[in-house]
Design a protein around this ligand. Structure first.
Ligand code: SAH
Ligand code: SF4
Ligand code: F3S
Length: 472
């Protein structure tokens, strides 16, 4: 049993203590079984969750778990998303077959975390219908995974530890990166915007910025460890730093990141149009490292709907931002998110969205069917759009978005550009795959020695959404 007298009360020391305690249980079981215990983390949702999973894996590896290659592992963790209804359905679907794996391996532990676990209704459903789950935790306390694993070994019942919110940011815990040469870096957590359709502020809590020095130190360490590209992560990076003791702007943070020697590329995600400043656009114009890609979620082209969505910009404001970005960085790729079928959306509103698509000519766009999220203001409305109307609009939008995107991609054919090589191509081992500064994918002849390097490649042939290239 854990000796409660010696447990540190401050973080991260407390978690280092529990990592050691958890390791004792894992070592014991692994001796008994005559093999290493394995873990498998299945991540749903956005880049935030992807980065959270890397932090979870960092801790699991220190506990002594080894990577497993399937969900038939000794510890399976689902890091869940709840942004749209189908994200939740996916989890319930997966849980079905996890229970059958557990029948074959009674020592198996199943843990659920992430955004869906911040919803009481989801936790209640799991408690009653999926009793075989061992651990449930939320988005605010992923740093506690070692402590929760220890509790699960010690208590003979489901361990549920979900926090409503936090103002704590725990620094200096380990993380294991999925890619050796690139990494996500959280610059802020949570969201204060409360767009009327969106569940994220309810499940990720209020906006909290990390201190610039913590961010810079983390990136320096990453670079020393082989990282050449970072993706700065936040739900609304343009409002970074506003709530710090010594406030700084996102552009000022970028300036500091740009100075880090050895770092080659900087990306960021996501920018909210309402807070996109001229200062940032000017910075991008002169930066040598910020990639020529801007993800600028539109959601709708109708000013009326934008107002209802609580987005705080008009169609014209948005188009002006695009114009400024293109003027400052002429070859910038602009991508977006669009929701179709928001309550009350008329054909005219939809045509406004189509008009923005026509004018901006996005390099790519994620198109989503509006999904009712209970607890959000939009869910309460009684003018929800019928599935038939939504389907019709969605299909028209998707078709046009794809046509325009492939025309844009075609325009780069014949050009020579820098590619950061990411992997050996999964279908053809003679090829490697990488990304342009504008985020497009390129495949070309090469070998695994090139992974992590930036090389010059001629874009010989555009295949719609990717290129076949030739190294120069
Ligand atoms: N913070 C980011 C978005 C995070 S969620 C931003 O403001 O841009 C990613 C995308 O999911 C959103 O841009 C939106 O297009 C979509 N989305 C969010 N809630 C949704 C809902 N209820 N139904 C459909 N799509 C939704
Ligand atoms: Fe959701 Fe809006 Fe926050 Fe983005 S800015 S996470 S869409 S509430
Ligand atoms: Fe999903 Fe949570 Fe991201 S709801 S989109 S994983 S912030």
């Amino acid at each position: 049993m854990t000796d409660t007298i010696n447990i540190p009360t401050t973080e991260p020391q407390r978690q280092f203590y529990f990592i050691k305690e958890a390791k004792k249980y894992v070592d014991f079981l692994s001796k008994e079984k005559g093999r290493a215990l394995t873990y498998f983390v299945n991540t749903f949702g956005c880049q935030m969750n992807a980065r959270d999973s890397e932090k979870i894996v960092g801790i699991l590896e220190q506990i002594g778990y080894k990577p497993g290659d399937s969900e038939e592992s000794d510890l399976v963790i689902y890091n869940t998303c709840t942004v749209r209804e189908n994200a939740n359905n996916k989890i319930y679907g997966h849980l079905g077959y996890l229970s059958s794996y557990k029948e074959h391996n009674p020592d198996m532990k199943i843990a659920l975390c992430g955004c869906m676990m911040q919803e009481q209704s989801a936790v209640d459903k799991i408690k009653s219908a999926h009793r075989f789950v061992d651990i449930i935790f939320g988005t605010h306390n992923i740093f506690m995974i070692a402590e929760l694993i220890v509790r699960s070994f010690e208590e003979e019942k489901m361990v549920v530890e979900v926090w409503d919110g936090t103002d704590q940011i725990v620094e200096n815990l380990p993380a294991v990166r999925k890619y050796p040469f690139k990494s996500g870096v959280n610059i802020m957590y949570g969201c204060n915007n409360f767009c009327s359709y969106c569940i994220v502020p309810y499940v990720r809590g209020r906006e909290r910025s990390r201190k610039p020095e913590d961010i810079i130190n983390e990136i320096k360490q990453l670079v020393a460890d082989g990282v050449v590209e970072v993706m700065l992560l936040g739900q609304n990076v343009n409002s970074y730093g506003k709530n710090l003791e010594h406030p700084i702007t996102f552009a000022q943070l970028l300036e500091q990141v740009e100075q880090i020697e050895g770092l080659e590329r900087i990306r960021f995600m996501t920018s909210h149009p309402k807070d996109l400043s001229d200062e940032l656009i000017m910075f991008m114009k002169h930066s040598k490292k910020v990639c020529h890609h801007f993800h600028l979620p539109l959601q709708s082209g109708s000013t009326k709907l934008l107002e209802d969505m609580n987005r705080h910009y008009t169609k014209e404001d948005y188009l002006l931002l695009v114009e400024k970005l293109r003027k400052a960085v002429p070859d910038i790729a602009i991508t977006t998110d669009i929701i179709v079928g928001y309550p009350g959306e008329t054909e005219e509103d939809f045509l406004e969205t189509m008009d923005v698509v026509e004018r901006v000519k996005y390099d790519s766009a994620f198109t989503f069917i509006y999904s009712k999220r209970s607890g959000t203001p939009a869910a309460k409305r009684d003018d929800q759009i019928t599935p038939e109307v939504i389907k019709n609009r969605f299909d028209r939008l998707l078709k046009r978005v794809q046509q325009l995107a492939s025309e844009k991609a075609k325009a780069l054919e014949g050009k020579t550009m820098d590619v950061l090589v990411e992997s050996v191509n999964s279908q053809n081992k003679e090829l490697v795959s990488g990304r342009l500064s504008n985020n497009s994918i390129v495949h070309f002849a090469g070998n695994k020695e090139l992974i992590g390097q930036i090389v010059s490649v001629k874009l010989v042939c555009c295949k719609g959404f990717y290129y076949i290239g030739e190294r120069i």
